[in-house]
Design a protein around this ligand. Structure first.
Ligand code: ZN
Length: 190
Protein backbone atom coordinates (compact mmCIF):
# COMPACT_ATOMS: atom_id res chain seq x y z
CA UNK A 1 0.00 0.00 0.00
CA UNK A 2 1.12 3.54 -0.60
CA UNK A 3 1.01 6.36 1.87
CA UNK A 4 0.45 9.83 0.56
CA UNK A 5 2.33 11.42 -1.12
CA UNK A 6 3.96 8.56 -2.94
CA UNK A 7 7.33 9.19 -4.60
CA UNK A 8 7.73 9.11 -8.35
CA UNK A 9 9.85 6.02 -8.42
CA UNK A 10 11.56 3.25 -6.50
CA UNK A 11 13.98 1.14 -8.48
CA UNK A 12 13.27 -2.27 -6.97
CA UNK A 13 9.45 -2.09 -7.06
CA UNK A 14 7.73 -3.30 -10.22
CA UNK A 15 4.80 -1.41 -11.67
CA UNK A 16 1.48 -2.47 -13.14
CA UNK A 17 2.04 -4.44 -16.31
CA UNK A 18 4.87 -6.54 -14.87
CA UNK A 19 3.79 -10.22 -15.03
CA UNK A 20 5.09 -10.92 -11.48
CA UNK A 21 2.15 -8.92 -10.07
CA UNK A 22 -0.41 -11.38 -11.47
CA UNK A 23 1.37 -14.58 -10.46
CA UNK A 24 0.18 -16.08 -7.14
CA UNK A 25 3.11 -16.45 -4.75
CA UNK A 26 4.36 -19.86 -3.60
CA UNK A 27 4.38 -20.88 0.07
CA UNK A 28 7.70 -20.69 1.85
CA UNK A 29 9.19 -23.89 3.31
CA UNK A 30 11.67 -22.74 5.91
CA UNK A 31 12.20 -19.21 7.20
CA UNK A 32 15.93 -19.28 6.51
CA UNK A 33 18.66 -16.68 5.94
CA UNK A 34 17.51 -16.27 2.35
CA UNK A 35 14.00 -15.24 3.48
CA UNK A 36 15.45 -12.90 6.09
CA UNK A 37 17.54 -11.25 3.39
CA UNK A 38 14.47 -10.88 1.15
CA UNK A 39 12.54 -9.30 4.06
CA UNK A 40 15.40 -6.86 4.80
CA UNK A 41 15.46 -5.77 1.15
CA UNK A 42 11.68 -5.38 1.08
CA UNK A 43 11.62 -3.29 4.27
CA UNK A 44 14.26 -1.03 2.76
CA UNK A 45 12.32 -0.63 -0.50
CA UNK A 46 9.04 0.00 1.33
CA UNK A 47 10.58 2.71 3.52
CA UNK A 48 12.42 4.33 0.61
CA UNK A 49 9.11 4.57 -1.24
CA UNK A 50 7.22 5.82 1.87
CA UNK A 51 4.88 2.83 1.63
CA UNK A 52 2.72 1.19 4.31
CA UNK A 53 3.23 -2.27 2.90
CA UNK A 54 4.98 -4.29 0.24
CA UNK A 55 4.48 -7.82 -1.06
CA UNK A 56 7.29 -9.95 -2.49
CA UNK A 57 5.50 -10.11 -5.85
CA UNK A 58 6.03 -6.34 -6.07
CA UNK A 59 9.79 -6.81 -6.11
CA UNK A 60 9.49 -9.61 -8.67
CA UNK A 61 9.88 -12.39 -6.10
CA UNK A 62 7.43 -15.30 -6.11
CA UNK A 63 7.54 -16.20 -2.40
CA UNK A 64 4.59 -15.71 -0.04
CA UNK A 65 6.11 -12.92 2.04
CA UNK A 66 4.93 -9.38 2.81
CA UNK A 67 5.96 -6.51 5.07
CA UNK A 68 3.68 -3.86 6.56
CA UNK A 69 4.53 -0.78 8.59
CA UNK A 70 1.62 1.09 10.14
CA UNK A 71 2.24 3.77 12.80
CA UNK A 72 5.88 2.73 13.12
CA UNK A 73 5.04 -0.93 13.85
CA UNK A 74 6.69 -3.36 11.45
CA UNK A 75 4.80 -6.59 10.70
CA UNK A 76 6.47 -9.35 8.69
CA UNK A 77 4.19 -12.08 7.38
CA UNK A 78 5.34 -15.34 5.82
CA UNK A 79 2.69 -17.66 4.31
CA UNK A 80 -0.15 -15.40 5.56
CA UNK A 81 -3.75 -16.65 5.43
CA UNK A 82 -6.81 -14.58 6.26
CA UNK A 83 -8.69 -16.66 8.86
CA UNK A 84 -11.45 -14.25 9.92
CA UNK A 85 -12.78 -10.82 9.10
CA UNK A 86 -15.61 -8.61 10.26
CA UNK A 87 -16.98 -5.13 9.67
CA UNK A 88 -16.85 -3.13 6.46
CA UNK A 89 -15.14 0.17 5.85
CA UNK A 90 -14.69 2.20 2.68
CA UNK A 91 -11.34 3.96 2.61
CA UNK A 92 -8.77 5.36 0.23
CA UNK A 93 -5.93 3.18 -1.00
CA UNK A 94 -2.92 3.50 -3.22
CA UNK A 95 -0.30 0.99 -4.22
CA UNK A 96 3.46 1.27 -4.79
CA UNK A 97 2.98 -0.58 -8.09
CA UNK A 98 0.55 2.16 -9.22
CA UNK A 99 2.38 5.40 -8.35
CA UNK A 100 0.11 8.43 -7.81
CA UNK A 101 -3.15 6.52 -8.37
CA UNK A 102 -5.69 6.43 -5.51
CA UNK A 103 -9.24 5.23 -5.06
CA UNK A 104 -11.73 3.89 -2.53
CA UNK A 105 -11.79 0.23 -1.58
CA UNK A 106 -14.20 -1.53 0.77
CA UNK A 107 -12.33 -3.71 3.30
CA UNK A 108 -13.07 -5.39 6.63
CA UNK A 109 -12.47 -3.27 9.75
CA UNK A 110 -11.05 -6.25 11.69
CA UNK A 111 -9.10 -9.25 10.41
CA UNK A 112 -7.29 -12.25 11.85
CA UNK A 113 -4.30 -13.46 9.89
CA UNK A 114 -2.40 -16.66 10.52
CA UNK A 115 1.21 -16.38 9.39
CA UNK A 116 4.76 -17.26 10.30
CA UNK A 117 7.02 -14.58 11.67
CA UNK A 118 10.73 -14.06 11.02
CA UNK A 119 11.57 -16.65 13.68
CA UNK A 120 9.52 -19.21 11.74
CA UNK A 121 6.92 -19.32 14.51
CA UNK A 122 3.23 -19.51 13.59
CA UNK A 123 1.40 -16.47 14.95
CA UNK A 124 -2.06 -14.95 14.70
CA UNK A 125 -2.15 -11.24 13.93
CA UNK A 126 -5.25 -9.29 14.87
CA UNK A 127 -5.49 -6.24 12.66
CA UNK A 128 -7.91 -3.37 12.91
CA UNK A 129 -8.40 -0.18 10.90
CA UNK A 130 -5.42 0.68 8.72
CA UNK A 131 -3.56 -2.51 9.69
CA UNK A 132 -6.57 -4.63 8.65
CA UNK A 133 -6.71 -2.75 5.35
CA UNK A 134 -2.97 -3.19 4.73
CA UNK A 135 -3.08 -6.91 5.60
CA UNK A 136 -5.91 -7.45 3.08
CA UNK A 137 -4.11 -5.41 0.40
CA UNK A 138 -0.83 -7.33 0.78
CA UNK A 139 -2.45 -10.79 1.01
CA UNK A 140 -4.35 -9.93 -2.18
CA UNK A 141 -0.99 -9.18 -3.85
CA UNK A 142 0.31 -12.62 -2.84
CA UNK A 143 -2.76 -14.14 -4.54
CA UNK A 144 -2.05 -12.14 -7.72
CA UNK A 145 -4.91 -9.73 -6.98
CA UNK A 146 -4.46 -5.95 -7.27
CA UNK A 147 -6.30 -2.99 -5.73
CA UNK A 148 -7.62 -2.00 -9.17
CA UNK A 149 -9.60 -5.28 -9.12
CA UNK A 150 -11.55 -4.18 -6.03
CA UNK A 151 -11.47 -0.36 -6.22
CA UNK A 152 -14.66 1.63 -6.79
CA UNK A 153 -13.68 2.86 -10.29
CA UNK A 154 -15.78 6.04 -9.94
CA UNK A 155 -13.47 7.23 -7.11
CA UNK A 156 -10.13 6.88 -8.93
CA UNK A 157 -7.87 9.90 -9.14
CA UNK A 158 -4.27 10.93 -9.79
CA UNK A 159 -2.43 12.77 -7.04
CA UNK A 160 -0.60 15.41 -9.07
CA UNK A 161 1.09 17.15 -6.15
CA UNK A 162 0.33 19.69 -3.44
CA UNK A 163 -0.40 23.41 -3.60
CA UNK A 164 1.21 26.12 -1.45
CA UNK A 165 -1.17 25.38 1.45
CA UNK A 166 -0.27 21.71 1.30
CA UNK A 167 -3.64 20.78 -0.16
CA UNK A 168 -3.57 17.84 -2.58
CA UNK A 169 -3.95 18.61 -6.28
CA UNK A 170 -5.94 15.78 -7.80
CA UNK A 171 -7.35 14.81 -11.17
CA UNK A 172 -10.16 12.27 -11.52
CA UNK A 173 -9.52 9.43 -13.91
CA UNK A 174 -11.22 6.29 -15.16
CA UNK A 175 -9.86 2.80 -14.65
CA UNK A 176 -9.38 2.41 -18.39
CA UNK A 177 -7.36 5.63 -18.70
CA UNK A 178 -5.28 4.89 -15.61
CA UNK A 179 -4.31 1.44 -16.85
CA UNK A 180 -3.56 2.86 -20.28
CA UNK A 181 -1.22 5.42 -18.67
CA UNK A 182 0.78 2.67 -16.95
CA UNK A 183 0.87 0.66 -20.18
CA UNK A 184 2.10 3.71 -22.12
CA UNK A 185 4.79 4.45 -19.52
CA UNK A 186 5.96 0.86 -19.74
CA UNK A 187 6.07 0.91 -23.55
CA UNK A 188 7.99 4.18 -23.53
CA UNK A 189 10.63 2.64 -21.29
CA UNK A 190 10.88 -0.30 -23.70
ZN1 ZN B 1 -0.07 -2.72 -3.44
Amino acid sequence: MASKPSPENSAAIVRYGHPALRKPAARVGRVNADIKQLVARMVESMRAAHGLGLAATQVGDNRRVAVIEVDGDLTVIVNPELTACRGRDIGEEGCLSFPRLYGCVERPTHVSVKARNLSGKTVTIEGEGMLARALCHEIDHLDGKLFIDVVDPTTLYWLLGHDEEGEPITQPTTLENALRAFGAARDARG
